[in-house]
Design a protein around this ligand. Structure first.
Ligand SMILES: C[S@@+](CC[C@H](N)C(=O)[O-])C[C@H]1O[C@@H](n2cnc3c(N)ncnc32)[C@H](O)[C@@H]1O
Length: 142
C-alpha cells in the first residue's frame, strides 16, 4: 500500500480514502475492513523522539490516523489519551471497532481543514504522519 498510480488530486478527497480503506487490496495488511498499515515509519522508529518530547500523560491529537498502528503502539507504551481523526468515515468506523476495548483511544471523522470542533488548548501534542505531504500535493495541484 504505497503511493500507487493514483492522481494526486485524489489525496484530499474523502471518497478516495473511503474506497481505498474498503478495498481488500489497498485496505492494509489483513485486508479492507480492518487491516492496518503504517505509512513511512512505525512507532519503533519514532519512539525515541516521541518519548523524549511527549510525556505519556499528554493529550495527543493524531491527524489523518488512517489504519496506522502508531496510536495503538503508543498506548501499549504508556500513552494515556490519544484522539485520532481522519477524513474517511470508513477507516474511522474500522478503527473504532478494532480498538473498542482501548479506552485511551478515541476516533472521530473530521477534516483537518476545519478544527473548530476542538477548543483552544485542547491538546499538548499534535502528530502528523503522512497527511501534510498529501494535502500539500493536493493543494498544489488544484
Ligand atoms: C498517507 S495516509 C497516512 C495514514 C497514517 N497517518 C499513517 O501514517 O499510516 C493519509 C491519511 O490522511 C487522511 N486524510 C486525508 N485528507 C484529510 C483531511 N483533510 N482531514 C483528515 N484526514 C485526512 C486519509 O484518509 C489517510 O488516512
Amino acid at each position: 500500500m504505497g503511493g500507487g498510480n493514483c492522481n494526486p488530486k485524489d489525496f484530499g478527497a474523502a471518497a478516495y480514502w473511503d474506497a481505498r480503506y474498503s478495498s481488500p487490496s489497498t485496505g492494509g495488511k489483513g485486508g479492507g475492513g480492518g487491516g492496518f498499515f503504517d505509512w513511512y515509519q512505525s512507532y519503533s522508529a519514532l519512539r525515541p523522539l516521541l518519548r523524549a518530547c511527549v510525556p505519556t500523560s499528554s493529550q495527543v491529537l493524531m491527524l489523518g490516523c488512517g489504519n496506522s498502528l502508531l496510536s495503538e503502539d503508543m498506548v501499549k507504551d504508556g500513552y494515556q489519551n490519544i484522539v485520532n481523526i481522519d477524513i474517511s468515515s470508513v477507516v474511522i468506523e474500522q478503527m473504532k471497532e478494532k480498538h473498542t476495548d482501548i479506552a485511551q483511544l478515541t476516533y472521530m471523522q473530521l477534516d483537518v481543514r476545519d478544527m473548530s470542533f476542538f477548543g483552544d488548548g485542547s491538546f499538548d501534542c499534535i502528530i502528523d504522519k503522512g497527511i501534510s505531504l498529501k494535502l500539500h500535493i493536493f493543494l498544489e495541484s488544484t
